[in-house]
Design a protein around this ligand. Structure first.
Ligand code: NDP
Length: 331
């Protein structure tokens, strides 16, 4: 069994030296109610950066010297559990291990016939739920409104924009390369997309792209990109603070414009969003996402990195924008 552990807490941007790969004998002895799992796909996510530090947050930090964990799809290869049999696939929060024993707590059976197994870590998993619930619960979209999405070519952002189109919004995406910008308009139906790396004046670019102003801002990145969007918000705008990847590796409090005047004068709502607070709405959201997927109204892309050993690098690559859509490791 191979395991990836947190070797030390990163300072600033994480590096490969913060992780350790360990190989041990596979534990094979199952007690009643346990099963042996073999990992198939591992999800790497920006929020894991927060768990690598010991600052207080909404979820406990990883422990130094212990395995990291995240969303994993795994195959049951041996079972003493009543609800799971050999050959089943499960999805849930599991350790970064090639093989592990589980008692099934928190695991859901997933069906590879209904959707590709990796989809349960993306569009039919945490990032799809985040996109749907963040946009609908806080964004409260009304047809005809203008939605801006940052991190638009990523796992959450690419789904937010498509749902916006399904709901009749005008959708503008912000992403970091020309290739991503083209993908957003040609494959995902965004009305317009802006490459923040090649745009000097984001405030002006957004003004041009959103002549009627911004009614909903789905924020995945924070920092100066978000400041530029706030310059363009309309009265009663809704701002969904889903993530702030541009500042996750900061070691100092970032200098940012003061957003309060924009919120005050526009009577705008800015609200933090954590998907796990909406668990009672997961079944309804999953159902809607599956329907749209089945109808071909929703599509998705993935960046699949091969090999368990490459999990830390895949995680680091999120901060360099190497992924299009959901970043996944194929074990
Ligand atoms: P993504 O698939 O969007 O991957 C991260 C992307 O962020 C990269 O591809 C990169 O794209 C962009 N990025 C990296 N660094 C910067 C930067 N400095 N400035 C601007 N963009 C940057 O990840 P997810 O879809 O999984 O997550 C998106 C956001 O949503 C994250 O902030 C994450 O923490 C948050 N999230 C929050 C949840 C919640 O419950 N609140 C749940 C899930 C995710 P590019 O090339 O465009 O720069």
């Amino acid at each position: 069994t191979k395991t990836i552990l947190l070797k030390q807490r990163p300072v600033g941007s994480p590096t490969l030296s913060d992780f350790e790969l360990r190989t041990t004998e596979t534990e094979m002895n199952l007690a009643t109610g346990e099963m042996l799992l073999e990992s198939t796909y591992i999800s790497v996510d920006p929020y894991l950066r927060g768990r690598m530090s010991d600052a207080k947050s909404y979820v406990a930090p990883f422990e130094v010297g212990k395995p990291l964990h995240s969303g994993v799809v795994a195959k049951v290869i041996n079972s003493q559990h009543n609800n799971f049999k050999e050959g089943d696939f499960v999805s849930g929060m599991l350790d970064w291990k090639t093989k592990q024993i589980s008692n099934g707590d928190g695991l859901l059976k997933v069906d590879g016939e209904k959707a590709p197994l990796s989809a349960y870590l993306g569009i039919l998993g945490m990032t799809g739920l985040t996109a749907y619930l963040g946009l609908t619960q806080i964004g409260k979209p009304k047809a005809g409104e203008t939605l801006v999405v940052s991190g638009a070519a990523g796992a959450v952002g690419s789904v937010v924009g498509q749902i916006g189109k399904i709901l009749g919004l005008k959708v503008i995406g912000i992403a970091g390369t020309d290739e991503k910008v083209t993908m957003l308009t040609s494959e995902f139906g965004f009305d317009h997309a802006i490459n923040y790396n090649s745009t000097d004046d984001m405030v002006a670019a957004l003004k041009t792209a959103c002549p009627n102003g911004v009614d909903i801002y789905f924020d995945n990145v924070g920092g100066p990109i978000s400041d530029a969007v706030l310059f363009n918000i309309n009265q009663f705008a809704r701002i969904i603070n889903c993530g702030a990847i541009s500042v996750y590796n900061n070691t100092e409090v970032p200098k940012s414009i003061s957003v309060q005047p924009f919120l005050v004068k526009n009577s705008a709502l800015m609200q933090g969003f954590i998907v796990s607070n909406y668990a009672e709405k997961f079944p309804e959201a999953m159902k809607q996402l599956s329907i749209w997927l089945g109808e071909g109204k929703l599509t998705y892309t993935e960046t699949v990195v091969d090999g368990f050993e490459n999990t830390p690098q895949a995680f680091l690559d999120l901060f360099d924008g190497k992924n299009k859509g959901k970043m996944i490791v194929k074990v």
